[in-house]
Design a binder for this molecule. Structure first.
Ligand SMILES: CC(C)(COP(=O)(O)OP(=O)(O)OC[C@H]1O[C@@H](n2cnc3c(N)ncnc32)[C@H](O)[C@@H]1OP(=O)(O)O)[C@@H](O)C(=O)NCCC(=O)NCCS
Length: 308
């Protein structure tokens, strides 16, 4: 491995043990997180993680995403897990550091924003990326404020049946209770529903499903692939929806977001949505939702023109 510190190498090796322990066929980025919490002795990473999250709680959540199939002796890494380690190397290089340590791995997990971060958020770990970055690397910030953000320009078009496998992967990487394939199909067959995908480099990197009412568009499902987040993909999809609204004289976009889904709340707030009410015990009587709404005002927006 060479480019990692001895401690980081240990954490990576033990991520495989965490996967094996949970009988997972794949090593997910959540197994890297488990290994970091358990094995890391780097003081800063330890303070950030061990003081805030409890290993057994993360283990229990990770067990749910581990596929519980008979693992091979050398379990393969998921794309998100591989990207986490690649991102960690990239961050090390960007900062002019060497070799790549456990702090860079934690920063990699945050940038990829996959299952590990979802689990941390579900457990109430609500620190912003920039805060964590400052804690890890001193005065330098994650760069979202300092020009690092790498935007990608996506092509947005109608969703077709052939997109379903890719959409479904994004769905299962994004939600604890993902829609089933038949939920998508049922929805898309509805007369008032539409689906759109964002495509980059011939890959589907985001999707949105909405139902159209007379005066509003209700977003039923919306997600961006974990390795394409914070690159403005979501913003471009919302901009398309706003364009559609304008073209069709609808005046509102609405959606429901889980109380614990802080990133989505911040995202929609940034896109001009406001929380207008709380729907108590909306999700299986266990969790509240915020009803968020975007009200169209006389902004100048490009008319909606999906490409097919
Ligand atoms: C919410 C989601 C769609 C955002 O998509 P995205 O492509 O990453 O969003 P963008 O890059 O366009 O972000 C625009 C702005 O929103 C805010 N934002 C987005 N993600 C954020 C996060 N994780 N934490 C804090 N703010 C965030 C930021 O202000 C961001 O601007 P910046 O990157 O310059 O700081 C994406 O995180 C996702 O798919 N989440 C899982 C699925 C989900 O929760 N869907 C919504 C269900 S209601």
């Amino acid at each position: 491995m060479g480019d990692f510190t001895q401690e980081a190498e240990g954490v990576i090796q033990r991520a495989k043990d965490e996967a094996r322990k949970l009988n997972s066929y794949f090593v997910h980025d959540a197994h890297i997180l488990l290994s970091l919490i358990r094995n890391c002795v780097n003081g800063i990473v330890e303070n950030l993680l061990k003081d805030r999250v409890w290993y057994p709680a993360v283990l229990e959540k990770t067990e749910k995403i581990s596929d519980a199939s008979c693992p091979p002796p050398d379990a393969p890494w998921t794309v998100n897990a591989q990207n986490t380690l690649n991102e960690a190397r990239k961050i090390t290089k960007e900062l002019g550091h060497s070799p790549c340590g456990t702090e860079h791995i934690l920063a990699g997990l945050m940038r990829i924003d996959g299952s590990a971060m979802r689990i941390l958020r579900e457990l109430g770990f609500a620190l912003s990326q920039n805060f964590v970055w400052r804690e890890l690397f001193g005065t330098k910030t994650l760069g979202m404020e300092s020009g690092y953000k790498q935007e990608v320009r996506v092509r947005i078009r109608w969703m077709i049946l052939r997109d379903m496998p890719e959409v479904f992967v994004i769905e299962s990487e994004s939600f604890e209770f993902p829609w089933l394939e038949e939920d998508f199909i049922r929805c898309l067959r509805g007369r008032n529903s539409i689906g759109m995908v964002a495509e980059y480099d011939d890959r589907v990197v985001g999707f949105v499903i909405c139902e159209l009412a007379k005066t509003l568009v209700n977003v039923l499902n919306f997600a961006v692939a974990p390795d394409y987040r914070r690159k403005s993909v979501g913003t471009q999809m919302i901009a398309k929806l706003k364009g559609k609204l304008l073209a069709q004289r609808r005046t509102h976009i609405t959606l429901e977001v889980r109380e614990t889904n802080l990133p989505a709340q911040l995202f929609f707030k940034r896109c001009g949505f406001r929380a207008v009410s709380v729907l108590r015990n909306h999700y299986d009587n266990t969790e509240d939702a915020y009803l968020m709404q975007y009200r169209f005002r006389q902004e100048t927006l490009a008319p909606f023109q999906p490409v097919n």
